[in-house]
Design a protein around this ligand. Structure first.
Ligand code: ZN
Length: 242
């Protein structure tokens, strides 16, 4: 079972298309998506449609829930709330219906999947050792997959402690060594200093995980954001991966 894992696409169609092209160069058995299909970016309906067609399993994220009206947008940062309110004005009924059908947590093939974390599948950022430890303590499957922070991570439970760290392009994790917490990073708004779109390739029988990055035309997404008058800071950050 080979699995491609994507997360946090954020309505960035060009990033998604380039990631799918890379994935399709050696097609996996299944494609999993950890949520946040929309919010921030300019192409919410196209991204939702593609993920609906392509993903075998898809979670809902906090931005998706905010746009559906199931989380209070006052809890969001001002630019995130502004882009969410714009998304609400353009989201088609079929996109909304698909997002409404999704859950923020799931289990499949010896993996537990959460948009954010096991402790809080919608909001908690797993970026500290304490949060990573809690995520592994609160789960039992060999593999735990989270998104939400937009930072690629590979962390393993080793005795009472943790091993591992940030997972830049080319990082490989030996899944046979123990229980792992992996974050594939973000397709549409990376925040780990590498502006290229991130995805994760798993080969479950072989016990391997490889972190991948793909360049995409950032300037096309930025131009679409400016046309739609989305907050300039959200367009600018895409060039820097922050
Ligand atoms: Zn996100």
């Amino acid at each position: 079972m080979r699995v491609a894992v994507i997360s946090d696409i954020h309505a960035n169609l060009h990033a998604l298309e380039h990631v799918l092209e890379a994935i399709d160069s050696r097609p996996p058995d299944v494609l999993w998506c950890l949520g946040d299909l929309v919010g921030y970016g300019p192409r919410p309906n196209e991204v939702t449609e593609i993920v609906r067609e392509r993903a075998d399993l898809c979670l809902v994220g906090n931005h998706d829930l905010g746009i559906l009206g199931r989380l209070d947008l006052d809890e969001f940062a001002p630019d995130a709330a502004a882009s969410a309110r714009w998304t609400q004005t353009v989201l088609l009924d079929e996109s909304r219906a698909y997002l409404e059908s999704l859950s923020p947590a799931a289990e499949a093939e010896g993996a537990e999947l959460f948009h954010a974390s096991p402790r809080d599948p919608v909001w908690e950022y797993v970026l500290s050792p304490e949060a990573a430890h809690a995520a592994l303590d609160l789960t039992k499957e060999p593999l735990v997959l989270v998104g939400h922070s937009h930072v690629a991570l590979a962390i393993m439970l080793a005795g009472d402690g943790l091993e591992g760290d940030l997972a830049p392009e080319g990082t490989e994790a030996d899944l046979a060594r123990g229980r792992w917490l992996l974050n594939p990073g973000s397709v549409g708004q990376p925040r780990d200093g590498d502006p290229r779109a991130a995805w994760l390739e798993l080969d479950l029988p072989a016990g391997s995980a490889r972190f991948r990055r793909v360049a995409y035309p950032v300037e096309r997404t930025q131009a679409e954001m400016r046309e739609r008058e989305l907050p300039e800071a959200l367009a600018e950050r895409l060039a820097h991966g922050v």
